[in-house]
Design a protein around this ligand. Structure first.
Ligand code: HEM
Length: 135
C-alpha cells in the first residue's frame, strides 16, 4: 500500500465526501428542493414553516453519523433517529419523496457518482423504509 492508499483507508466517509461544508451544501439543496418543488409538497407539509433549524440539525446529524465531528450527538444524547420519526405518520409516499429529494440534492451538488454518496443513499433508503408505516 502506498501512502495515499493508507491515508484513504483511514479516512472516514465524512472526510471522503468533503467534510461539513459539502454536507451542509447537500442539506441546503435538499431543503431548497423540498421547499420549492411541487413533487415534494406532501413531505414539505410535514415540516415546520421555518426550515432553518432543520438545515442545521440534519447537517449536524449527518456529520457525526458519517464519522465526523459529533457535536450534534453531544447536544442530543441518546436520541434515536428512528424513534424521533415514529410519531410523524410517515407514509411510503413521503418516505419516497424524502429519498428522491436527497438523491436529487447529491446530484445537483455534483456528487451523483460519488461512491460515498451512493452508500449514503443506500442507507437512507433502508432507514426511510423503516420509518414509513405499513400504509
Ligand atoms: C422517511 C422519510 C422522512 C421523513 C418524511 C422525515 C420527516 C421529518 C420531519 C417532519 C421532521 C421534523 C421537522 C420539523 O420539526 O420541522 C424530521 C426531523 C429530522 N429528520 Fe427526518 N424524515 C425522514 C427521514 C429521515 C432520515 C433518513 C434521516 C437521517 C438520515 C432524517 C433525519 C432527521 C433529523 C436529524 C431530524 C431533526 C431531529 C431533531 O433535530 O430533533 N430524517 N424529519
Amino acid at each position: 500500500m502506498d501512502n495515499s492508499q493508507s491515508e484513504t483507508a483511514t479516512m472516514t466517509p465524512y472526510d471522503l465526501i468533503g467534510g461539513r461544508a459539502v454536507i451542509q451544501r447537500v442539506v441546503d439543496r435538499f431543503y431548497d428542493l423540498m421547499d420549492t418543488e411541487a413533487r415534494f409538497a406532501t413531505l414539505r407539509s410535514l415540516h415546520a414553516p421555518d426550515l432553518a433549524p432543520m438545515r442545521a440539525s440534519l447537517a449536524g446529524f449527518l456529520c457525526g453519523w458519517a464519522g465526523g465531528p459529533r457535536d450534534w450527538f453531544e447536544a442530543n444524547p441518546g436520541k434515536c433517529m428512528m424513534s424521533a420519526h415514529s410519531g410523524l405518520a410517515i407514509t411510503r409516499e413521503t418516505a419516497a419523496q424524502w429519498l428522491a429529494a436527497m438523491d436529487c440534492a447529491f446530484e445537483d451538488c455534483g456528487l451523483g457518482d460519488h461512491a460515498v454518496a451512493t452508500l449514503m443513499i443506500e442507507r437512507f433508503a433502508m432507514m426511510s423504509r423503516g420509518m414509513a408505516g405499513a400504509d
